[in-house]
Write a protein that binds this ligand. Structure first.
Ligand code: GUN
Length: 283
């Protein structure tokens, strides 16, 4: 093992402590930062994630409410509920847990959330703000990855960053954030012809595919920084990422583990976004 570990769990703990301090400052001004989470249907993974989000919020002084609705809820009913939360000045952040039932148009639902309360950063207005370098909410996962790079003092200027995955939630915003720090960015995806040829050139690789062993040791330049966004389960039923951790950590300079890497950072950045929504509303 040659790579140093970027400890997302420890960094997230530090960020949560900062959030707690700032929520206390807001409370001293009579403002209670508040997050409303909506979950529709009974997807077991979503039930776990939303529970984490509520607990994380409570621990850092944010008020969080979870509203759960049956999968039979109509889209119009959901949109009406979002509008009510948009108009409630006591609510600073609104998060609709994905996936939504198939009869709903997720993008339409997300775009009903007021951009100033869109703490997931999924609204087109926030995606556009990131694209043109204006203030807005950044999606939590790529934002957490940027914080991890910052934590090791990594200067992205002129470096080649390769992002594997082009989702609206991770890959695309990740590429924009890296570009914003003056990296040369390549986005690879399922139609990329020679992934290995790309990743071998990379000073930084972000793997965000959702498939095990997408990145193996033979694909990594010695000393590269490897960030693993994947959340998969292996044959033993254990949580693992997109990166072959054992192999790649023999070659890379820095690597994020799964669990204990990007996951805790994603959770922490939601708290930061919610707090910032409340701070912006207050100022
Ligand atoms: N489902 C899986 N990840 C997320 C997320 O970050 N936000 C929302 N709203 N739903 C999700």
């Amino acid at each position: 093992m040659t790579a140093s570990i970027i400890d997302g769990k420890a960094l997230a703990q530090q960020i949560r402590a900062e959030v707690l301090g700032r929520t206390q400052a807001l409370k001293a001004r009579g403002i209670q930062p508040a997050l409303s989470i909506i979950m529709v249907g009974d997807d077991p993974a979503s039930a776990v994630y939303t529970k984490h989000k509520v607990n994380d919020s409570t621990e850092t002084g944010l008020a969080a409410t979870l509203e759960r609705y049956p999968a039979t809820l109509t889209q119009d009913e959901l949109l009406a509920r979002i509008e009510a939360l948009n108009n409630d000045p006591a609510v600073h952040g609104i998060l609709v847990q994905l996936p939504l039932p198939r009869h709903m148009d997720s993008q339409r639902v997300i775009e009903t959330i007021a951009p100033a309360k869109d703490v997931d950063g999924f609204h087109v207005a926030n995606a556009g703000a990131l694209m043109v370098g204006r203030p807005g909410f950044w999606p939590c996962t790529p934002h957490g990855c940027m914080k991890m790079l910052e934590s090791i003092g990594y200067d992205l200027r002129g470096k080649h960053a390769v992002v594997i995955g082009r989702s609206n939630i991770v890959g695309k915003p990740m590429a924009m954030m890296l570009l914003g720090r003056n990296a040369t960015v390549t986005i690879c995806h399922s139609a990329t012809r020679d992934l290995k040829a790309m990743t071998l050139q990379a000073d930084v690789v972000v793997a965000a595919v959702g498939k095990r062993n997408v990145l193996t040791a033979d694909m990594v330049k010695p000393g590269a920084v490897v960030i693993d966004v994947g959340m998969n389960t292996n044959e033993a039923g254990k949580l693992c990422g997109d990166v072959d951790f054992a192999g790649v950590s023999e070659v890379a300079g820095w690597i994020t583990p799964v669990p204990g890497g990007v996951g805790p950072m994603t959770r922490a950045m939601l708290l930061v976004n919610t707090l910032e929504a409340a701070e912006r509303a207050a100022n």
